[in-house]
Design a protein around this ligand. Sequence first.
Ligand code: TYC
Length: 107
Amino acid sequence: MATHTENQRATVLERLPAKVAPPPMYQVVLLNDDYTPMEFVVVVLQRIFGKDENEAARIMLKVHHEGRGVCGIYTRDIAATRVEMVRQMAHARQHPLQCVMEPAPDA
Ligand code: TYC
């Protein structure tokens, strides 16, 4: 038991590296197609990316007019999970909606 307490104290006293590099960030990008209903894309943006209805509609229209649009910027695992969630939602409704992740440009 004494050892346990000492180990905890030793852990607390260990130094962190002087600087911790921020993790690489990825942007999740929605791609346009001619078949997925606009309303479905808006729901995807609300459910998976936490956008309110106005922001979701704005992003959807940007994708519709420009071919692609960024839904959010995340660490690798969170971006990959959200891409997969979009794919599952689209597949379940048989929509061809495409979503990809790519390294975020430096801020
Ligand atoms: N272009 C689609 C339509 O006219 C709408 C759409 C928007 C589809 C965004 C995909 O990522 C997308 N129904």
